[in-house]
Design a binder for this molecule. Structure first.
Ligand code: IPE
Ligand code: IPE
Ligand code: MG
Length: 238
């Protein structure tokens, strides 16, 4: 499979793991069946990205807006996070993957928070791909929290308003110290950002694909990588 890869790979890929519900509906299954397949695919694709040498992968698993879904669906999703995180931790150890979480995880049940904490501890000292799992993540909330943190510093007299720069602002975000995503892939065909990495994606290349997330294969990822190599990134220049 690796032989089908372009020479130049993006350093940081973001994936909006969308389309689980429609995948299930197409098969006459409950939406939760789609989430189960989607969770399994998350493990597969994360390991694939690590195997081809991607340095940073950020996956959107649950947005701040997803709390508006039916309670039953949310409960099923939280159960799957618990189950798949436990299994993924074992897998990811083989790949030396450093798992991090972005988003307000304090809103999750204690058992899940404990698992998140345990995952972070297990990942200490690893040097492989950084895998950011966005859970209860929202780009706007992230930006507001950064503004609040900086405002507090100004109020405390340790920072002057004119000292607030883009770099300093970036350091207040969940992704502090990481490069911005070069490529953001959205399966399921939706042409929107849905509150994902708003600040960080200022110059990301978007690749929207018609495949639903549970059906998304390493070959689809390769296709997105080839599409990425065709883009001319100008960053406002010529
Ligand atoms: C993505 O799949 C999973 C989450 C948002 C948690 P969806 O559940 O949004 O699937 P569709 O978009 O309804 O098909
Ligand atoms: C984005 O998908 C969030 C995740 C994949 C976790 P949604 O399904 O929530 O986005 P919308 O509602 O189609 O914008
Ligand atoms: Mg969706």
């Amino acid at each position: 499979m690796e032989t089908n890869l372009p020479v130049v790979l993006p350093e940081h890929i973001g994936i909006i793991m969308d389309g689980n519900g429609r995948w299930a509906k197409k098969r006459g299954l409950p939406r939760t069946a789609g989430h189960k397949e989607g969770a399994a695919n998350f493990r597969r694709i994360a390991r694939y990205c690590s195997s081809i040498g991607i340095r940073y992968l950020t996956v959107y698993a649950f947005s701040t807006e997803n709390w508006s879904r039916p309670a039953l669906e949310i409960r099923a999703l939280l159960g799957l996070f618990q189950e798949y995180l436990e299994e993924s931790i074992r897998d990811f150890a083989h790949d030396d993957i450093q798992v991090r979480f972005i988003g307000d995880t304090s809103a999750f049940p204690q058992k899940l928070q404990d698992l998140i904490q345990k995952t972070k501890e297990l990942c200490q000292g690893r040097t492989g791909m950084v895998l950011n799992i966005a859970m209860n993540y929202g780009g706007r909330t992230e930006i507001v929290q950064a503004a609040q943190a900086l405002a507090k510093k100004v109020k405390d007299g340790v920072l002057l308003p004119e000292e607030i720069t883009q770099e300093l602002f970036s350091q207040q975000l969940y992704t502090a110290g990481q490069p911005d995503p070069d490529l953001i892939i959205r399966p399921s065909g939706e042409n929107r950002i849905s509150n994902f990495l708003l600040w960080q994606s200022a110059y990301s290349e978007y690749v929207i694909m018609d495949v639903l997330w549970p059906d998304f294969t390493p070959e689809d990822l390769n296709a997105a990588l080839w599409e990425y190599t065709k883009r001319s990134r100008r960053f406002g220049g010529v």
